[in-house]
Design a binder for this molecule. Structure first.
Ligand SMILES: Nc1nc2c(ncn2[C@@H]2O[C@H](COP(=O)(O)OP(=O)(O)OP(=O)(O)O)[C@@H](O)[C@H]2O)c(=O)[nH]1
Ligand SMILES: [Zn+2]
Length: 185
């Protein structure tokens, strides 16, 4: 779905009024338009070409891209949660362009989310597109709704993971992955 610009602009203006701001003052005058542009930018992450390569020689080991910075929004408070994503898969005759792993994260991150669903959606998408021997996704994030409000606990990190195929079945594979993302620095 595309952004309903008029509706969004109207609601941002109403929102500013509701919290006691003057939406016509200099700094806020263009804010509804800015929010429209911001959400259009967020939405633009939704579609991309998942380039896949099948000519990969004899390569059948793990591919890991770790420390992928991501930004998302918690769907309960619409406040950011952000951190690092670590993704691994073991190809079955098919790999994707490495940058596409970052794009997959962004595709599902730039929308109201919960961290668990984001983690699962990334893994499911890679399963579907690559049909690999297994996928592992770990997300580590700080939630502003827990840092700047509510329980006000900025030091807590939320870690979620989704493992499929060999990562689920084989402890050795899982440990290799965990070792690569945590100790391989
Ligand atoms: N499981 C999960 N919970 C989240 C995520 N992001 C935010 N939350 C939590 O969603 C919950 C929403 O709880 P509510 O009780 O409806 O909202 P609230 O009264 O603002 O909650 P407090 O944050 O405890 O003040 C809170 O506990 C948040 O910490 C997430 O990605 N996953
Ligand atoms: Zn929240």
């Amino acid at each position: 779905m595309t952004i309903d610009r008029q509706k969004l602009k109207k609601s941002v203006r109403l929102f500013l009024e509701a919290i006691g701001e003057d939406p016509d003052r200099e700094g806020l005058r263009d804010t509804p338009d800015r929010i429209v542009r911001l959400w259009e930018e967020f939405k633009s992450h939704e579609h991309f070409n998942m380039t896949v390569f099948e000519d990969i020689g004899e390569y059948d080991e793990m591919v890991v891209v770790r420390d992928i910075q991501f930004y998302s929004l918690c769907e309960h408070h619409l406040l950011p949660f952000f951190g690092k994503a670590h993704i691994a898969y073991i190809p079955d005759k098919k790999v994707c362009g490495l940058s596409k792993l970052v794009r997959v994260v962004n595709k599902f991150a730039y929308r109201p989310q919960v961290q668990e669903r984001l983690t699962a959606e990334i893994a499911e998408f890679l399963e579907k597109e690559l049909n690999p021997k297994g996928v592992a996704v770990v997300l580590e994030a700080e939630h502003l709704c827990m840092s700047m409000r509510g329980v006000k606990n900025p030091s807590s990190y939320t870690v979620t993971s989704k493992l499929t195929g060999v990562f689920k079945e084989s402890e050795k594979t899982r440990n290799e992955f965990l070792n690569l993302i945590h100790n391989g620095k």
